[in-house]
Design a protein around this ligand. Structure first.
Ligand SMILES: Nc1ncnc2c1ncn2[C@@H]1O[C@H](COP(=O)(O)OP(=O)(O)OP(=O)(O)O)[C@@H](O)[C@H]1O
Length: 246
């Protein structure tokens, strides 16, 4: 995926807001890129442009479609990424129905993703019967299930308590290690950005610009404790922290 000189200006009657300025970066096939930046720097705006939900003012986004059967992207938001009127099973199946996959194949995929997210016992439950962490598991399962060219995650674990967040991060990496879907993950957390990413993109305050792109040279599969103890983590944390502060 290629993001080239993306600029976004929001115009309203009274003022202009420059949200993004000349954003450029590449996400390689099967790469997991995290984006970290201060509040209001345009992270969500960038993701919405990449998803094709809003147009950039200038610049462009190129996503290579390798498989015409697959959707270009799937998104997971901080909240409300699941349909409350569908059961857990139906939520995960939803995108596969849209893709018109045969029932047997749908069932295999839904069961696989419910299993890896630990949701098999809740297949018939409705989202309102689930905790916040479980709802986000459904959202992740749903997005992975359609196996898009690019997975776009907008602070999916931002509203969860720290303990649950770590469990879900670990689970996400486990699925990703198996499925290797090209992913772009937005976060406020430096820790999360390093733990998950192959590369961390640091954005500046508004208008968002790329301040740094840092490689994360930590082996996978990753373990949170081991990662945090490593010199690579400490060096990266300090670099990102300094970069965000300056
Ligand atoms: N539809 C819109 N109309 C006008 N301004 C907007 C619109 N959407 C976003 N903005 C402005 O663009 C800037 C970037 O917003 P955005 O939500 O992308 O930031 P963010 O980095 O995701 O913030 P946060 O981390 O707090 O969620 C903000 O100043 C916001 O007010």
């Amino acid at each position: 995926m290629l993001v080239e000189k993306v600029t976004k200006i929001f115009y309203s009657r009274k003022k202009e807001v420059a949200a993004l300025k000349d954003i450029g970066f590449t996400v390689l096939k099967n790469e997991f890129v995290t984006i970290v930046g201060p509040s209001g720097c345009g992270k969500t705006t960038l993701l919405r442009i990449i998803a094709g939900l809003i147009p950039p003012t200038r610049g462009e986004v190129k996503i290579i479609r390798e498989d015409p059967e697959k959707p270009l992207n799937a998104m997971v938001f901080q909240e409300q990424s699941v349909f409350p009127w569908l059961t857990v099973y139906e939520n995960v199946e939803f995108g596969l129905k849209l893709r018109k996959l045969p029932k047997k194949l749908r069932q295999e995929k839904v069961e696989y993703y419910l299993k890896v997210t630990g949701l098999l016992d809740f297949a018939r439950s409705y989202p309102k019967e689930l905790s916040g962490g479980m709802k986000q598991r459904v959202a992740v399962a749903r997005a992975f299930a359609v196996e898009p060219e690019v997975l776009l995650l907008d602070e999916p674990f931002g509203a969860l308590d720290e303990q649950t967040r770590h469990v879900l991060q670990q689970e996400l990496l486990k699925i990703w290690d198996e499925k290797k879907i090209t992913s772009l993950f937005i976060t406020h957390s430096i820790d999360e950005a390093i733990f998950l990413g192959d590369k961390v993109l640091v954005l500046s305050a508004r208008p968002g610009r790329v301040k740094a792109i840092l490689e994360v040279n930590l082996p996978r599969p990753r373990d949170l404790i081991a990662v945090r103890k490593s010199d690579e983590y400490k060096v990266l944390f300090e670099k990102i922290f300094t970069c965000l502060r300056s």
